[in-house]
Design a protein around this ligand. Sequence first.
Ligand SMILES: [Zn+2]
Length: 500
Amino acid sequence: MKKQHLFLFLILFTLLAGCAKPAAEVVVEETRAQTDALQAPVEILATNTPEPTVTEISQTYQLPEPPANRTRYELDLIFNYYSHFGSVTEKITYTNKSSQSLAEIMLVVPPRNYQDSYSQYSLGGDLVDWHREDSIFTFVRLTRPLEPQETTVINISFRIYLPQYPGIYGYTNQQANLSDWYPFIPPYDETDGWLAYERVVDGYNTIVGESIVNEFSDFEVSLTLVSHADLIEVAASAPAQGADGHYTYKLDHARAFTFSISDSYFEHEIEQDGVTIRSYVFMSEVEAGIAVTDIAAKAMKLYGELLYPYPRDLISIVVGDFQQNMEMDGLIMISYGIFDFYDGKQETDLDYNLFMLVPHELSHQWFYGFIGSNHAVEPWLDEALATYAELLYYERYHPESVDWWWRMRVYKMAPAGYVDSDITIQGGYEPYIGAVYLQGVLFLHEIRQTIGDGAFFESLKDYAYANTYNLATRGDFFEAFTRHTDQDLTSITAKYFMNP
Ligand SMILES: [Zn+2]
């Protein structure tokens, strides 16, 4: 095994898992993955998988209207990049979309996952009586129940002190990342109530999957940079208006609003089909920062055909000064490790990491950003599909490397477990990836081989259109398939699902 291959193994499990993040102040044990990988049997399932083709579309689909009465977040953030703290006023306009009257409203406050990172000065509103805090949750008691279709306003002022932590909420010496940085109201389910979960940290102190579930909401955000604004570049979930450290943003029917801020970014942008694809990288990655916009353009084109065209004006691809990769709405973060190994010659496996992870995270703009799901409870609905999207990218643009993808991405990682596992899976992060991502890929591939490419891609497109702006469930997924195939899929679900 060549040295570079060995190193690839070392980093594979964290870098290539996609959408992973370690708990604060912890280095993910990379050698565990190496051990597993080397012991795993290597087999190739699909050596001659056909290239994904857009089959004859028997139907035309239309994107549904965004849900009415969306929650509106108005966030004013004053941020000092160099001292890593922000002062925030937040106004949440919330309409009770359920058929039940609500005596209290729940807020999820993710910064409280980090010690001393969140300091709340006030919480009030037209119907706010009092509130109590429990872990990262705040329960706001109302003076009287909020009736169905009735609207109320909650005002919060708080400060955030970013933790020194290489991740999607925290700062390093060349980056500050603000994801899930404000209190939000989780989706309310008629049967299950508030869909809000504590994060799950496994025995190796790695966070397992995604615990935060958001509704489709509207965001009006302002950012004021108070120190050396002229030196600082801001990547965000939406295009900025303004200049000189005063910016405003608007993003409708989105799941969250994220910033990545640095005084060390080098930008490159291209335009394709009316969408600006912009990269933000550090100085040593300028070439990769150009290459990544091309990879992203190809991925966007493919998903535009297979699902539907990206319906926004901008997508930002930002280097993460940490060892994970993560999707946010309108913005994806790819580890510096992936960028740094790209040498542009496309002669080694290392180059291909960028070709794997960028398509993965970009596909989450659909399978997370537009097509919602509850990824704490049914994470396969976005992660299995995003991992499968990597294969579709390889089939289209690098068919000679499809075998490599199966070997490196799936079989060397030893897929095992049930596809319908959730973030509380026994054993934590590694079994989670093996079950949800990798068994998820095998599951999707078996469906495709059973029903054929025509029905498979038609079903996928139907699922995508039908569930845009929806929190889809497995029922929605399988219903889309039954609309396009008579084949019985129960033997496949029996094989891969805990609860078939
Ligand atoms: Zn993912």
